[in-house]
Write a protein that binds this ligand. Structure first.
Ligand code: GSH
Length: 109
């Protein structure tokens, strides 16, 4: 499968998806660590892709997403943003709402 199709599949098949360096329990970058903490604090199950284990995704996702860096949070097929945006939204309570609503919608489907 083409790498862009793989990325599209991952985004379509995982309602809450974090592209990050390392894993939520063993993040390999401060930005990814913060992002994983914030998503975990929202209390819903989420998927992640370790881009350090997937160099092709690391190379191609920024172009596809039009977002240059990692982490990247995707919810309901849409890019939310990186660590700064996620943290800002979390502090306002917006990320919790977005994630909870997306999880509810997915479980009703
Ligand atoms: N301000 C960004 C910081 C993220 C960032 O600068 N990430 C860098 C270092 S981890 C990155 O992804 N560089 C490209 C790469 O390593 O492929 C955010 O809010 O997420």
């Amino acid at each position: 499968m083409d790498i862009i199709d793989t990325i599209k599949d991952q985004i379509a098949n995982n309602t809450i998806l974090l592209y990050m360096k390392g894993s939520p329990n063993a993040p390999q970058c401060g930005f990814s660590s913060k992002a994983a903490q914030v998503v975990m604090a929202c209390g819903e199950k989420f998927a992640y892709v370790d881009i350090l284990q997937n160099p092709e995704i690391r190379a191609n996702l920024p172009k596809y997403a039009n977002w240059p860096t990692f982490p990247q949070l995707w919810v309901g097929g849409e890019l939310v943003g990186g660590s700064d945006i996620m943290t800002e939204m979390f502090e306002k309570g917006e990320l919790q709402t977005l994630i909870k609503e997306a999880a509810q919608k997915a479980s009703a489907e």
